[in-house]
Design a protein around this ligand. Structure first.
Ligand SMILES: NCc1[nH]cc(CCC(=O)O)c1CC(=O)O
Length: 304
């Protein structure tokens, strides 16, 4: 039996269970889930105040203390700096990376009128909603996926925007009323991807977990997160990125789109780049340089 450390939230349990089952299918290894309470689960403060690493650090402590063999994170919630002594041993095939709208009566963004209240806590999503110039009223919310969707059913909000992958992992994809095209709502770097982490010196677990790794997903996530890191921005920053791997003339290549937003959505810089699958980090670095040349720092620094 090897031990998988997981948060106790429904979403964390759903994705940990899915990874555990995939590992058992691939290797025959049985996996025991061990629940770990993080500071982020105990607190009701806005995530922006808690800081990026709050959901992650308790899991990493448990790994380093050898209480568990590995942990599964939502990749987009990981700080961009690597953790000492740990390694992302597998990046499983990515789920849908797009954002999704949940509204009443099947409503899409096109159906929602001026003043429609749309719940989301992410600056990235708020800025892109404003940028549509439809007079929407983004409403900051927090809480788990179920809580957020309930506010729509209860009439407290007209709609919420959430990651499609999270809704789907909870088995509620049929409640999505519109999956948002990346042209309208470019997702967060690494959205929909999972990071499977273990101790770097635990060769046996590293070898086991390799069975779950998906080369294209890993390359995409490296490109997106290198862009984020190069812009010196965290997971709550107004930065969006999506890398896709497509067949080029000389084999597979990476197509990386990136965008930065002023917090009120009045200004956006969107650019893209292609590069070789062999060096996804370079694609991220190059796009970060391009965005900087267009004034990304000033745009994002324009916070207040
Ligand atoms: N920021 C919270 C968060 N972290 C991971 C997911 C689920 C989707 C994913 O794994 O990317 C969500 C919910 C959301 O953004 O709607």
């Amino acid at each position: 039996m090897i031990k998988l450390g997981t948060r106790g939230s429904k979403l964390a349990l759903a994705q940990s269970t899915q990874v555990a089952e995939a590992l058992t299918r691939a290797t025959g290894q049985r996996v025991e889930l061990v629940e770990i309470v993080t500071a982020g689960d105990r607190s009701h403060a806005p995530v922006a105040q808690l800081g990026v690493g709050v959901f992650v650090s308790a899991l990493r402590d448990a790994l380093l203390a050898k209480e568990v063999h590995f942990a599964v994170h939502s990749y987009k919630d990981l700080p961009t700096a690597p953790a000492d002594g740990l390694v992302i041993a597998a990046v499983p095939p990515r789920a849908d990376s797009r954002d999704a709208l949940v509204a009443r009566d099947g409503a899409t963004l096109a159906d929602l009128g001026t003043g429609a209240t749309i719940g989301t806590g992410a600056v990235r999503r708020i800025a892109q909603l404003h940028a549509l110039r439809r007079g929407f009223t983004p409403v900051p919310i927090r809480g788990n996926v179920d809580t957020r969707i309930r506010k729509v059913a209860a009439g407290e909000l007209d709609a919420v925007v959430l990651a499609r992958a999270g809704i789907a992992r909870l088995g509620r994809a049929d409640e999505i009323t519109e999956t948002l095209d990346p042209l309208t709502m470019l997702p967060a770097p690494a959205q929909g991807a999972l990071a499977v982490e273990c101790r770097i010196d635990d060769a046996e677990t590293v070898a086991f977990l390799a069975a779950l790794d998906d080369e294209y997903t890993r390359a995409a996530v490296v490109a997106e997160r290198t862009l984020l890191a190069e812009l010196e921005a965290g997971c709550s920053a107004p930065v969006a990125a999506l890398a896709e791997v497509a067949e080029g003339d000389d084999g597979p290549e990476i197509y990386l789109r990136g965008a930065v937003f002023s917090p009120d959505g009045s200004n956006t810089i969107r650019l893209s780049r292609t590069g070789t699958l062999a060096d996804p980090a370079e694609v991220g670095r190059a796009l970060a340089r391009d965005l900087r040349e267009e004034g990304a720092d000033q745009l994002m620094g324009d916070q207040e």
